[in-house]
Ligand binder design. Structure first.
Ligand code: SAM
Length: 280
């Protein structure tokens, strides 16, 4: 049995193709490519001559089976897409699942992905994030999608085409609020790379005047933490009594609760004392 190699290719700058990616493309029996004309340019640049089959959205089922049969018969295959990592808003996911179902060994040769490059450069929190891919072209589905992530605290990553950018920014400002921060990562690793950190409102204003050009990743700040529920003075005094009941001196408890709630220590102390019927 052969093997499937998932090979990441550059998202603009050909210098980003790893030596291992080149070595694997050179060594396999054939390459499954999203668009063979685009991939031929990459192979020519590398000086590699290799048989290619096309594997794209509309022939995934039939072509996937053919690729699988060839691997089962002993050939090694590399799958590549026009740019970045296969399977990430690109063909590959079904073939990978098919290989797993048929116990076909698989190796990943990681390369750049626009989503991760944009997130890293965004200046927004990277600890937790959600990749949302492309929004639908249908207005109602787009709004539904945005509404579904409106309260997500994680940083959100979207892919967007230039001709849809204005409408998307407007929809985002409407759903997430004009103050929400966004980083627009444009033409990453290419000559006109631009990383613009702003707010949704300002991005709408900017692109109302400027023609959107090139490829974009939109990295949007997650929803803000909900405002902490306000504690009334009476509740604060109750908290002091409770702490006192747990062995904290009334004075220390008043100091702690005053710091937590912002009320004056002396006032809270007197209220707590009154609640206890004058006993300290
Ligand atoms: N599989 C690719 C990856 O791993 O990044 C993504 C492919 S998806 C079909 C194409 C989208 O990725 C573009 O519409 C754009 O949103 C984003 N993209 C790809 N290359 C980019 C680049 N150099 N700069 C900014 N965005 C890019």
């Amino acid at each position: 049995m052969g093997k499937l190699y998932l090979v990441g290719t550059p998202i603009g700058n050909l210098g980003d193709l790893s030596p291992r990616a080149a070595q694997v493309l050179e060594s396999v029996d054939f390459i499954a490519a999203e668009d063979t004309r685009v991939s031929l340019k990459l192979l020519n640049h590398l000086g590699i001559k290799k048989p290619m089959v096309s594997y794209f959205q509309h022939n995934i089922r039939q072509r996937g089976q053919q690729i699988l049969d060839r691997i089962l018969a002993g050939e090694n295959c590399a799958i590549i897409t026009d740019a970045g990592m296969p399977c990430i808003s690109d063909p590959g996911e079904d073939l990978v699942a098919l290989c797993h179902e048929n116990q076909v060994p698989l190796e990943v040769v990681p390369g750049p992905s626009a989503a991760i490059a944009a997130l890293a450069a965004s200046g927004l929190p990277t600890g937790r994030f959600a990749f949302e891919g492309f929004l639908s072209v249908k207005a109602s589905s787009r709004m539904e999608h945005l509404e579904s992530v409106k309260n997500d605290r994680r940083t959100l990553i979207f892919y967007e085409a230039p001709h849809k950018l204005r409408a998307t920014l407007e929809d985002m400002a409407r759903v997430f609020g004009a103050e929400r921060r966004i980083t627009l990562a444009r033409e990453l690793t290419k000559v006109h790379e631009e990383i613009l950190r702003t707010t949704l409102g300002e991005a709408c204003d900017l692109y109302a005047q400027r023609e959107p050009k090139g490829e974009f990743v939109l990295v949007v700040e997650g929803a803000p933490e909900p405002e902490s529920t306000l504690v009334t003075k009476e509740q604060a005094a109750e908290m002091i009594v409770q702490l006192n009941g747990c062995g904290v001196s009334l004075s220390d408890a008043a100091k702690q609760v005053a710091a937590d709630t912002g009320y004056k220590k002396g006032e809270l102390y007197r209220m707590a004392l009154a609640l206890q019927g004058g006993e300290g």
